[in-house]
Design a protein around this ligand. Sequence first.
Ligand code: KMH
Ligand code: ZN
Length: 271
Amino acid sequence: MEKLIITAAICGAEVTKKHNPNVPYTVEEIGREAEAAYNAGASIIHLHVRYDDGTPTQDKERFRVCIEEIKRRCPDVIIQPSTGGAVGMSNDERLQPIELLPEMATLDCGTLNFGGDEIFVNTENTIKYFGEKMIEKGIKPEIEVFDKGMVDYAIRFAREGYILEPMHFDFVLGVQMAATARDLAFLVDSIPPGSTWTVAGIGRYEMPMAAMGIAMGGHVRVGFEDNVYLEKGVLAKSNGELVEKVVRIARELGREIATPDEARRILGIKK
Ligand code: KMH
Ligand code: ZN
C-alpha cells in the first residue's frame, strides 16, 4: 500500500467558534491550525478562509495572506483552496483563489442538499467551467463527491476533456450520502482504475471512515470543517489533535504517513 496522505480541513465555511472555540478565523489562527495539523502529519491543508469576525470569504487577497502565513510556518505543505466556498456564492467569487496558482483546489462535482433549506449548487456548466480553469492553470483538482452520481459526472467530464486523468476523489460521507462501509466500498469500486481517493466522514463518522480509508488503501481527510470532536463529548483542542488520532490509527494498522513530497508523487503533482 502507498503511504497515507492526510488532509486537514482546518476551517471550513460553516463551523463557528460556537461549535468549538478553537475554529480559526484570523490569519494568525489559520496559520497556527495549519501548523498544528502539519506537525502532526498532515501533508495537505484544505483551505477555506474567514474574515476576523468569522464570515467566510473567497477573497483572493485574504487567501493570499493566509497562504503566505501557512507557507511561512510549513513551507512544503500542499495547500488546497476550496472553490466551493460557502452556499450562495457566485462561480467567479468561488474561483478567486485559483488565481494564486495553488498546487491543488477542490472541484465539486454536483448539486446537493446542504442542511435545512440550503442547496450547494454545482450545475453541469459550473463543473465544466471550473474544470477548464483548473486545466488552464495547471491545478490538480480534488473532486469532491457527496453522492455516487458525482463520480459519474467526473468520469463523463473527464471523457469530454474538462478534467484530466488520473483523477483524485474525495468522498465526503454523511452530508447527503450515508457514511457506511457499504457506501464507501461502492464509491471506491466506481472510480476509474489508476484514480486515487480520500475519505472524509462528517461528524461522528469522521474516525470510523478514516479507519476504513486507512485499511482499504485510500487516504484520509479530517479537521474542524468536518468534525469538531476528538471523541464523544470532548472538543478537539486543535486540528492537530484530530490528525494525531489518525496517525495513531494508521500506525496500529501498519500504514506509514506520507510527507508532502510523497503526497505530490502519489497524486502526480509537479512542484
Ligand atoms: N462549504 C461548502 C458549501 C469545498 O470546499 O469544495 C462547500 C465545500 C466544498 O466545503
Ligand atoms: Zn471545503
